[in-house]
Design a protein around this ligand. Structure first.
Ligand code: EPU
Length: 427
């Protein structure tokens, strides 16, 4: 297993560019199964999860051609199987997103309960209820599912809780139904809107993505027609990753010296910026960049994660590292997932003072200097939080299990080295 060796307390200086959005590209890859021609993806982030989904598409009979470093042609139209590969799906939450277009296309799909980062229960009840409302019969045996339908019919689906991937999946399934589907209390994350905009540009009729009510007109007549746009319209340029942007901004607040983060979409990180303002952290913001330096006096605050446009749960662990350096008591309230605070034990072993009040709340007392440790990366975002803690800590730390970090941050050590970090990958 690969690991990072990190020497802390180095300034980060120069420029770093944000890569394409992981959680956007994964859904656009899945949407390729709805097309009658290949789609072109530009500015793809070269992260492990991207390659896992392209491999799922290949295992369904599709083809993937790499045209240049970050440009891929995806022949989702070539698939001839409705069985999602078990081994890959067991380790990838977003595998279930492919079940939506597969059901739309074949009226049949076999899949296994999706795995992924261990950050709480992560059930799939919203998906199953939605599939069933659209007319699919569900057969379940242990962790194996088969969905089948003679035809899918538009329906009204209300989500008890906002779910990003359930919204995206059912939006795509509804394209394979007859008539109109209305999703209510839908997720409003930018990833949902990017996906809908791409599908609309390719001929789908979807209204309201980015708001809590989304209306989808099915493409189905007698048989599934599929999307058949003019050649040029099949291109998707992946926008910057708002979580990577946020992670780099927080690193800059801890260690930056005029660190310039390029390809930022300010509109998508407004909640983070508002929290930085409250913590007394200064930065310069341009149209698509942000410049930031280390802040010596960070103020404590109350942080609450929420669905977009609330504070993103994916930035909660790294923001907690920032709060260990704030002078006073901060409260962190994780409302989205129920298993996303366990990483605090390792931060405490580094010298942080964080109390777990209940499975959703911690109190962080600071500022506390951090000391080097050897740690296991428990998931993608906590893994990067550990790397961040190691970068501000005294001495040499080891982060094991960095495959998790590779799932969502492209060659992060090489990019951080260029701005002055002492971080090395050992294989
Ligand atoms: N939920 C259910 N039942 C369902 C689906 C979700 O109860 O059928 C619950 C979840 O347990 C959670 C809440 O709904 O408590 C919201 O979870 P959501 O479904 O929105 O999460 P997700 O779609 O599985 C995506 C991202 C995550 C990100 C969350 C929240 C992808 C591939 N993943 O997950 O990204 O944390 O939205 O913003 O888009 C990451 O990138 O590290 C990551 C985990």
């Amino acid at each position: 297993m690969a690991k990072f060796i990190i020497e802390g307390e180095n300034q980060l200086e120069g420029e770093i560019e944000v890569r394409g959005s992981k959680n956007t590209v994964l859904k656009v890859l899945a949407s390729s199964l709805l097309f009658n021609k290949p789609i072109l993806i530009e500015n793809a982030p070269l992260v492990a999860d991207f390659f896992k989904v392209t491999s799922l598409i290949e295992k369904l009979g599709g083809r993937v051609e790499r045209e240049s470093e970050r440009t891929f042609k995806i022949f989702g139209n070539k698939i001839d199987s409705f069985k999602l590969d078990e081994e890959t799906s067991k380790h990838l939450r977003s595998s279930i997103v492919l079940a939506g277009p597969l059901l739309a296309r074949f009226k049949k799909v076999d899949f296994v309960f999706p795995g992924g980062c261990v950050i709480g229960k992560r059930p799939i009840d919203f998906f199953l209820e939605g599939f069933s409302k659209l007319g699919a019969r569900i057969k379940e045996e242990e962790d194996y599912f088969r969905l089948e339908a003679e035809e899918l019919k538009g329906a009204e689906i209300f989500f008890r809780e906002k779910s990003v991937t359930a919204t995206e999946t059912l939006m795509m399934t509804a394209l394979g139904a007859k008539g109109k589907t209305i999703l209510k209390n839908a997720a409003m994350e930018p990833e949902v809107k990017y996906l809908a905009d791409f599908l609309v540009k390719s001929g789908a009729k979807i209204k309201g993505a980015g708001t809590p009510i989304i209306e989808i007109m099915g493409l189905e007549e007698k048989v599934f027609k599929g999307l058949n746009p003019r050649e040029n319209d099949c291109k998707f340029i992946v926008p910057s990753d708002r979580i990577e942007a946020g992670s780099l901004v927080i690193l800059g607040a801890l260690l930056g010296k005029n660190l310039k983060i390029k390809k930022v979409i300010p509109e998508e990180i407004l909640n983070l910026l508002s929290n930085l303002d409250q913590a007394g952290i200064k930065y310069k913001l341009g149209r698509d960049w942000l410049e930031i330096s280390k802040t010596n006096k960070i103020l404590p605050l109350n942080l609450k994660t929420q669905p977009y446009p609330g504070f993103p749960t994916d930035l909660q662990p790294i923001f907690t590292v920032l709060l260990t350096q704030a002078g006073g008591e901060s409260l962190v309230f994780e409302t989205v997932f129920d298993g996303r605070l366990e990483y605090i034990n390792d931060l405490n072993r580094m010298g942080a003072r964080i109390i777990l009040c209940d499975p959703h709340r911690t109190i962080v007392s600071g500022p506390t200097p951090l000391k080097n440790r050897e740690m296991e990366s428990p998931d993608l975002r906590a893994g990067l939080a550990f790397a961040t803690a190691a970068l501000i800590a005294e001495g040499k730390s080891i982060i094991n299990n960095i495959d998790y970090i590779d799932r969502g941050y492209e060659k992060i050590e090489e990019r951080l080295q260029k701005i002055g970090a002492k971080i090395k990958r050992i294989i």
